[in-house]
Design a protein around this ligand. Structure first.
Ligand code: AAO
Length: 531
């Protein structure tokens, strides 16, 4: 609760003068707490990860879809120069192997990046950069110009002249394992000083390296980005990244209030049971809460005897980190294909019916800063439970360039792009989250099984049926009397509903009937879906 209060205070400070606000934030909470603020524009609340999208497509998506539908921001794939891998052919993960901080990548050029940042900001959508600062390419990355801007490098000599980094800028002298690799996650020294899957580990304790990383991030801040997902944060010493974060510029005042700090959210996988905990990082910025998707997957799949009604205490009550520290998601680009952590319980677009419910639940619930995943399809090929094609990159042309995202007449995407964020149920729940923003969770109801409902003040109400029988019940919605459109089976268009209508009587009660066989067995109404 301490941090919830903290957030209220931060929100309160928004109404004060700009300089005053900065002073209060710095003196009372320090720079680091300000880095917990996603700096979302005008009532927006959700981020979407447009995994592997081209900059030109993101710019267009901001203008034609994300801006108008209330999305708050986009997490983009790493924008800096990366290795180009031919075996396997152009895997998505080549972008997690930096060659330099030049801004040309599989997603486009620096000019295209700048154009995207400008156009998205202009329609109220923030850009968050996936920052890969723990390492450069893999030690087996060879030598040559197989890199996205064509820069020469040598992995074996640890020579990256386009930064420049030399063999002096890496950690190998500090790492104490025989292989030079992380061998044991229970030894924090190995995790921070040795190589993660063979990736050349940067010596972030060095002033020179810190300077190069801060320059890279500051260039992006000056271009107008709102913050960073910090890749592999667990593998960097908190003191080192703290020094770098402190050097970051305030956000560009063309789009953000003066004194606004970049939003920092750190990728730390902590499912418990390892030496390194998320608590080492929460004072520096937010942290990805990996327990969230792993547990929500079990709940909706009804594994381990989980039931939806147990989520009455969802959030801190499930030993997740405190609300003000968490970034939450149902799946991410790693665990949707068996990388990273979370295991088989993770729900993805491949299980679309469960996925819509799980994402709907996340967006309706007040806990955390929410991130929606937007994926592409690939040819999965399971052998003994492992997908042999977990490396496959985005929809591409024969020369390896990424295909543009095409939009079908019904607003879904084509050419292998899944665009979960465009699924009506998910888009409408992003809007729901904006409409109920700041409202407390109230009027909880459950059937002691997998049917639950809750409201958000008098602004919204949602009902789930994940049991194998019909839900048929009258509930207090807390909303004003009238007719509302369910935004799951349809939405409000003009003064009619394209899907179900929900009648709320003057006392706030409404009758809900949801068959377990419905296409989507949940119903959501909000103040702006009233007709
Ligand atoms: C590629 C090749 C490698 C090759 C390498 C270098 O695949 O074979 O050696 O190039 O040439 C991505 C891909 C990698 C790829 C890499 C570079 O996923 O396959 O390597 O790009 O191209 C750890 C890190 C975490 C990381 C995650 C994947 O802690 O930071 O691994 N995620 C980020 C990115 C990711 C990216 C990188 C980092 C690197 O999101 O896309 O890699 O930039 C435990 C630990 C976790 C650890 C996992 C996986 O998790 O706790 O910290 O994540 O293991 O190793 C249970 C446990 C859970 C455990 C999990 C898995 O769930 O509860 O704690 O099991 O064992």
């Amino acid at each position: 609760m301490r941090t919830r209060k903290g957030r209220e205070r931060v929100q309160f400070s928004l109404s004060l003068g700009k300089n005053m606000k900065f002073l209060i934030l710095v003196t009372l909470f320090g720079l680091s707490l300000a880095q917990h603020n996603p700096q979302l524009k005008s009532g927006r609340t959700a981020i979407v990860h447009l995994f592997e999208w081209r900059w030109a497509d993101i710019a267009a998506e901001c203008e034609r879809f994300l801006g108008p539908n209330g999305f708050g921001g986009v997490q983009i794939s790493p924008p800096n120069e990366h290795i180009i891998v031919s075996s396997p052919w152009r895997p998505w993960w080549q972008r997690y192997q930096p060659i330099s901080y030049n801004l040309c990548s599989r997603s486009g050029s620096e000019a295209e990046l700048r154009d995207m940042i400008t156009r998205c900001n202009n329609v109220g959508v923030n850009i968050y950069v996936d920052a890969v600062i723990n390492h450069m390419c893999g030690s087996g990355g060879g030598e040559g110009t197989h890199s996205s801007c064509g820069s020469w490098f040598s992995a074996s000599k640890k020579d990256f002249p386009s930064v420049p980094y030399s063999s002096l800028d890496f950690n190998d002298n500090k790492c104490k394992t025989g292989s030079g690799e992380i061998e044991n996650y229970n030894d924090p020294y190995q995790v921070r000083d040795c190589r993660l899957v063979g990736l050349l580990d940067l010596a972030l304790e060095k002033e020179y390296v810190r300077g190069k990383v801060a320059d890279f991030m500051n260039k992006l801040i000056d271009m107008g980005v709102a913050g960073f997902r910090v890749d592999a944060s667990k593998h960097m010493w908190p003191g080192d990244v703290d020094t770098i974060y402190r050097r970051l510029n305030n956000l560009n005042t063309k789009w953000f209030p003066s004194g606004a700090r970049p939003f920092i959210f750190q990728e730390v996988i902590d499912l418990g049971g390892e030496a390194i905990s998320y608590t080492d990082y929460v004072h520096l910025g937010r942290v990805t809460e990996f327990k969230y998707g792993a547990k929500l997957g079990k709940v909706f799949r009804k594994w381990d005897e989980e039931k939806l009604f147990y989520t009455r205490t969802w959030g801190e009550g499930w030993s997740f980190m405190s609300d003000g520290n968490a970034v939450v998601f149902v799946d991410n680009h790693d665990n949707q294909r068996g990388h990273g952590a979370g295991g088989s319980s993770i729900i993805t677009f491949w299980d679309s019916r469960l996925y819509k419910m799980a994402v709907g639940y996340m967006l309706a619930h007040p806990y955390g800063v929410t991130r929606v995943m937007s994926s592409y399809r690939w040819n999965r090929n399971f052998v003994n439970g492992k997908d042999q094609n977990d490396w496959m990159g985005p929809p591409s042309n024969t020369n390896g360039s990424t295909k543009s995202v095409s939009v079908n007449p019904d607003q879904t995407c084509g050419d292998g792009w899944v665009c979960e964020h465009r699924w009506r149920q998910i888009t409408n729940m992003v809007i729901f989250r904006n409409v109920v923003n700041g409202q407390p969770q109230i009027n909880w109801w459950d059937n002691q099984s997998n049917q639950v409902a809750f409201g958000r003040g008098d602004r919204g109400f949602i009902v789930f049926n994940n049991d194998d029988w019909t839900l048929n019940v009258t509930l207090n919605t807390g909303m004003s009397g009238g007719t509302y459109c369910d935004v799951i089976s349809g939405q409000k268009e003009g003064n009619t509903c394209t899907g179900k209508q929900i009648l709320v009587s003057h006392d706030g009660n409404a009758h809900f009937k949801i068959s377990n066989l419905d296409e989507d067995p949940f119903v959501a109404i909000h103040a702006e879906s009233k007709i």
